[in-house]
Design a binder for this molecule. Sequence first.
Ligand code: FAD
Length: 472
Amino acid sequence: MKALVWFRRDLRINDNKALHFAAEKAGELQAVYVVSREQWRMHNEAPAKIAFWKACLQSLELRLAELGISLHLLVADHYHDIPEAIASFAIQHKCSAVFFNREYEVNEIKRDELVTGKLKKAGINSLSFDDRVLLAPGSLLTGSGGFYTVFTPFKRSWLGLAARHDLKPLAAPAKRAAAISIGTSATEKWQCEASWRSDLWPAGEQAALDRLHKFARQVMGHYHLQRDLPNVNGTSLLSPYLAAGVLSPRQCLQEALAAGNVFPPAGTGQEVWLSELIWRDFYAHVLVGFPRVGRSQPFKLQTKALKWVDDQEQFEKWQAGETGFPVVDAAMRQLRQTGWMHNRLRMVTAMFLSKYLFIDWREGEKYFIQTLLDGDLAANNGGWQWSASTGTDAVPYFRIFNPFSQSLRFDPDGSFIRKFCPEISSLPTAALHDPKKLAAEVLARKLQYPPMMIDPRFARSRVMAAFKALGT
Ligand SMILES: Cc1cc2nc3c(=O)[nH]c(=O)nc-3n(C[C@H](O)[C@H](O)[C@H](O)COP(=O)(O)OP(=O)(O)OC[C@H]3O[C@@H](n4cnc5c(N)ncnc54)[C@H](O)[C@@H]3O)c2cc1C
């Protein structure tokens, strides 16, 4: 049998279910990747992330060639062009089955249904796999048969099921034929002018695995102590690789388990890191269970009545990191300069936009997707709706992070702020965490740093009144 493997956000040869099972079943393999520029533009995918995908695909192409599998690049600008593109390719190359890993976003699910239907008509089988998450959406349901909407019981149930599941990574396929020498690489046909910070996130599977192993050896044990400190490399920085599927969550889980595949005890760095991988699963399950969240709807429907402020000028100051709140500005500049932002600061900046400025969280969600290298609908939407108190298991609306207390707690010596806000780097540390001292020092030293764009007391009372009026 000859089979086709359709790569999407699973750009790796190790522990890739579609590739692994296709190799097990088929004597001969072909591989394709589809470039959908228009669709990605409509989805607001960050240009830097697309450039990163391209470089990771290039590296995948080389690894596949070593195994004797050639990768072909197809161009279908919109998802509705894909069924025809995949079916024609499969027919032309006499493939009797197409293997791919599932994606859970609304348009991607629809695309895959159309592809499957088209292939069926042509007498070609489709085989799809839950590879992007550790436990498949729908495999964990509450006592009443619904999807979980609260993380803690989800995690409890997740740990119970995971302990009974084999979540060990699968091997890369064995070499099938003589290595293919690549004259003109298929990926080269993909025109892409954008760039990303390749110094921070080198492309390809080996770079991702190296980072995972180093993190597991040197950092994971202290994760619970350092993960909230933005100026310490206390987290894995693996999110761009996980989002593009250059790394699998099973490979990550494997590193968190103790010898003999034993789950780590509560409160250790390993266990707290595993919890983050479970959050990742949780938000994918929420997206499948409540598809409205992927269609720009709040999970808490009553919050649709909130009258958000429409102020482009304020929104642009937030984007640019010119709010006058040092930790918010440093974080927004980190995002612009690197394509990534520390998790603690994603919460701080998302709350600042949605609660202090009371600007619609969907505007922030969109900006993050347009900018992040790890932009992922489920996790991003989950994070935004958590911060804006409109989502599943969201922070209560009256819990509003004060940016100054947050920086005092998590950047006590101000080194993160100083790194991204050089214009105030000479100020005494106390001034970075105190609005009155900050204003006095900026004035006295005639520094070019904006005054606070909003009065925190006014902001708090505005958002509290708006939520109270909803009766939540
Ligand atoms: C407003 C907001 C927006 C976010 N947008 C995204 C996004 O677009 N893409 C994304 O991958 N994460 C997003 N997150 C979650 C989190 O901030 C990032 O996953 C994390 O900062 C990535 O850094 P890391 O790889 O060092 O994570 P680590 O702390 O090392 O965690 C390991 C992995 O677990 C996953 N993870 C960690 N925290 C979360 C979480 N809260 N929710 C879901 N998965 C998580 C990520 O895949 C991450 O790489 C968002 C969070 C917030 C509050």
